[in-house]
Design a protein. Structure first.
Length: 386
């Protein structure tokens, strides 16, 4: 059994055997434990669960959405509107904006139509499928109803970015005088870009790889209340270490065998220098405050493993370990039956990741990712709790 499916199955068994029952925000109910850690070595294969299918298209597009540095349509940094996802047939975030849309529609209906019972009209509410279609076709509708608030993308690449009302002025200088006349022309909203944590951590990894401060946080206490769903994966940290010469040579020959490069006439040392082969390996640890084991955890493991590979390329290091750490780790009551069935299945061998190298983290596109030899069992339906 591969390490991923084994650790995932063992965690499910632990929760079902030792977990506590707790009520939760969604009203579904959970069985949960507090605190656990899983570790995955990238050299063993890409950690994509095989006991059920993980939708790789959704996985890749969501990560690219998190990393989007600038939303041209809405003139702001940090893309938090589901328009990009819907345009690419990714629907995992729709429920939260749809619930907010329904609240707004009910509020609007009650204000406008309940003033006089004689003029009461039925509320006009789109179904969730029609809502998604309208988001895709209507930019103005998407702008009004498709934004999640300051979630991951905002915090990762634009921490603290905001609009301000700025005074517009025109200055007239008097000839041969030190004074000037200033006309007040009104006010305009200007967007002030925040902190790009992703590019900052790439820079720090290159310049000071042994630092203990390679951290990206999504838990912005000033903006949590404005997000439709406060971040579940709240913080991640990188750790790098220099490889021994023996380890580096071993990895170089493995890389050479895979890529079939020409090293004729070169010593191993010269070949590694010629191809700028990495001297360090890099690991990533992520902390989740709240973990939906059935639906979220396999997805999060794969997503952050993708991110580890992308960052490793950007800083010319070998992706090594992904460490997942959880806080409130729970199984929803309506997922128990499905997960008991899942852990009975015999896992397949792990897949492999092929990733085209890009000059900048913002240059990656969906076509740059390829999951190779992904074998999996059929999906098991589990409803999302909103």
């Amino acid at each position: 059994m591969n390490s991923l499916d084994k650790q995932f199955s063992d965690l499910i068994k632990l929760i079902l055997d030792k977990g506590d029952y707790r009520n939760d925000r969604t009203g579904v109910g959970t069985t949960c434990i507090f605190g656990a850690q899983l570790r995955f070595k990238m050299e063993e294969g890409f950690p994509l669960l095989t006991n059920r299918r993980i939708h790789t298209r959704t996985l890749i597009h969501e990560l690219l959405w998190f990393l989007s540095s600038y939303d041209k349509k809405y003139d702001k940094f940090g893309n938090t509107n589901i328009k990009y996802l819907i345009d690419n047939d990714v629907f995992i975030w729709t429920e939260w904006v749809y619930e907010e849309y329904k609240k707004k529609m009910i509020e609007k209906w009650s204000k406008n139509d309940l003033k006089d019972e004689k003029t009461l009209k039925p509320i006009k509410m789109l179904s969730i499928k029609d809502f998604e279609k309208k988001i895709k076709k209507d930019d103005e509708f998407a702008l009004k109803y498709g934004d999640l608030g300051p979630v991951y993308g905002k915090q990762w690449v634009d921490w603290g970015g905001h609009y301000e009302d700025v005074e517009k002025t025109k200055t007239y200088n008097k000839t041969n005088a030190e004074t000037s006349i200033v006309d007040h022309l009104g006010w305009e909203k200007i967007y002030f870009k925040g902190i790009d944590q992703i590019n900052n951590v790439i820079k720090s990894l290159k310049e000071n790889p042994d630092s203990r401060r390679h951290i990206v946080s999504a838990w912005n206490v000033e903006e949590i209340e404005n997000a439709l769903l406060p971040p579940c994966h709240v913080l991640f940290q990188f750790y790098t270490i220099e490889m021994t010469n023996e380890e580096r040579i071993k990895k170089f020959y493995k890389w050479n065998k895979k890529n079939n490069v020409d090293i004729t006439g070169m010593s191993t040392t010269d070949a590694m220098t010629h191809y700028n082969f990495p001297t360090r390996k890099i690991s990533l640890q992520m902390y989740m405050r709240s973990v939906d084991v059935g639906l979220g955890l396999p997805f999060n493991i794969a997503s952050y493993s993708l991110l580890l590979h992308m960052i490793a390329q950007q800083v010319n290091m070998i992706p090594f370990d992904f460490v997942w750490t959880g806080g409130d780790i729970h199984i929803y009551s309506n997922h128990i039956k499905a997960l008991k069935e899942l852990i009975k299945r015999e896992p397949f061998k792990l897949s492999q990741l092929k990733l085209n190298k890009k000059d900048n983290i913002s240059d990656y596109r969906f076509e740059d990712f390829e999951i190779v030899d992904y074998q999996h069992h059929p999906n098991i339906k589990m409803d999302i709790a909103v």
